[in-house]
Design a protein around this ligand. Structure first.
Ligand code: NAD
Length: 434
């Protein structure tokens, strides 16, 4: 089937590429010329495992195309999947500017009936509104249907998640739309759930907000563990053996970041207030996370009266391992605080450097190895548990740093190893070491 995808970000690009891999002929549209130029050379503008290979393969086999020319791409398209960003407005609501720009572009250009599929995460009721908007703006005689098809991939495993999705949710009341989308996803052989558009939109928010809540709950318990002398590692191990709880998303740390959890919790909370209902659990998840971000620096302040003039090593800056994405990464405000106090910050991250450099072009020193970042440092913060950071011998801190004061926001190292290595080690929800 021929499919057009609007947006070549983490969702649009991975979706388009995986649909091409499944045998469809896919054209991806993005207004950013630089991205399209890279893609046309077979290079992914984002870091995502397996993506480069799939782009090259499907370009070569002639079923994957990239363009900035939306007119050409939308005019005769029968299915257009929208995967553009829906970032946060200042008040916490979802910003639908990009979505409506695409809706307008489709309405202006479509010369045949088409199905518009909204994959972007959008507030409940948006699919209805976009369909009404299309009906009002599209040329006479052309029928545009809108179906919800929220995305559940996680960055860092986006290709794997798309090719092996836990479920495909389709929100539509239309038989034709359901049939078309079932056909599109048939090669993936994944469970397909069909429901009303509003329910489909809610599945996405409820899923993300539940995961955010789980993280904030564990962090809340971790903070209490510190004050009552318990160890969150033991606590979560004990909890996770209950199959009703499970072992996923039970890792204590300095909170969630990324382009989804922060904005999706705020957007649903905002929407609930608009509806006159206070979503207390989600509100609590947001509040806990806001405080959690600064948990490590608070610990460091107990050991250092000021960071002025100190060399600070920062290991990991992306919001999680496996991605180059820095959106809402806890590293950003923490590094800002350190710089404002006059610290000399030396950063190591295996793939996040380029994006971090856009935020801190001159104030931060970038290093090419963990050892280089640690060399002669007075203290170190671990913000991202990249495998090479998590799996390195903990003795590296004492071997390389001037004074091995280590603040670990992802509980990477065993307390026993830290004690044996003689480092001053502070982590989240676990007893202080040395
Ligand atoms: P992104 O910012 O990485 O990508 C958005 C892309 O859309 C950009 O390349 C941008 O240039 C492009 N764009 C903007 N205007 C356009 C237009 N008029 N026509 C075509 N393209 C246009 O965003 P993302 O992370 O891929 O997220 C997209 C949506 O999917 C959001 O609603 C997000 O909440 C949701 N989502 C994201 C993830 C994730 O892990 N990133 C997972 C599930 C759902």
């Amino acid at each position: 089937m021929e499919i057009t995808v609007a947006g070549t970000g983490y969702v649009g690009l991975v979706t388009g590429v995986c649909l091409a891999e499944a045998g469809h002929v896919v054209t991806c549209v993005d207004p950013i010329q630089e991205k399209i130029d890279l893609l046309n050379k077979g290079i992914s503008p984002i870091y995502e495992p397996q993506l480069d290979d799939l782009i090259s393969r499907n370009k070569k086999s002639g079923n994957l195309f990239f363009t900035t020319d939306y007119k050409d791409a939308y005019a005769n398209a029968s299915v257009i999947i929208i995967g553009v960003g829906t970032p946060e407005n200042e008040d916490g609501s979802a910003n639908l500017t990009y979505l409506y720009t695409v809706a307008r572009q489709i309405a202006e250009t479509a010369v045949r009936d088409c199905l518009v599929v909204i994959k972007s995460t959008v507030p409940i009721g948006t699919n209805d509104k976009v369909e009404a908007f299309m009906r009002e703006h599209v040329k006479q005689g052309i029928k545009v249907e809108v179906a919800a098809n929220p995305e559940f991939l996680a960055q860092g495993t986006a290709v794997r998640d798309t090719l092996n999705a836990s479920r495909i949710v389709i929100g539509t009341e239309s038989k034709a739309a359901k049939q078309l989308l079932t056909e599109i996803y048939q090669p993936f052989q994944q469970p397909i759930l069909t429901m009303g558009r509003r329910s489909a939109e809610m599945v996405k928010y409820a899923s993300n907000d539940f995961l955010a809540l789980k993280i904030s709950f564990v962090n809340d318990i971790a903070n209490l563990c510190e004050t009552v002398g318990a160890n969150i590692d033991d606590v979560t191990k004990g909890m996770s053996m209950d199959s009703r709880i499970g072992d996923k998303f039970l890792q204590a740390g300095i909170g969630y970041g990324g382009s989804c959890f922060p904005k999706d919790t705020k957007a649903l909370h905002w929407l609930s207030e608009e509806e006159g209902y206070v979503l207390r659990t989600v509100k609590a998840a947001i509040e806990v996370n806001e405080k959690q971000k600064f948990k490590l620096i608070k610990k460091a302040r107990k050991d250092f009266s000021s960071f002025a003039g100190l060399k600070v090593a920062v290991l990991g800056v992306t919001f999680k391992p496996g991605t180059d994405d820095l959106r809402e990464a806890p590293s950003i405000p923490n590094v800002r605080l350190l710089l404002n106090e006059g610290a000399k910050v030396h950063v190591y991250d295996p793939v996040g450097e380029k994006n971090f450099q856009k935020i801190y072009p001159t104030e931060v020193e970038f290093t090419t190895s963990i050892e280089e970042a640690l060399r002669d440092a007075d203290l170190c913060f671990v913000f991202t548990e990249w495998p090479e950071i998590k799996n390195m011998p903990v003795t590296k801190f004492a071997e390389n740093m001037k004074t091995p004061y280590v603040y670990d926001g992802r509980n990477c190292y065993s307390l026993h190893a830290a004690e044996k290595a003689g480092i001053h080690y502070r982590s989240i929800g676990r007893p202080a070491v040395n």
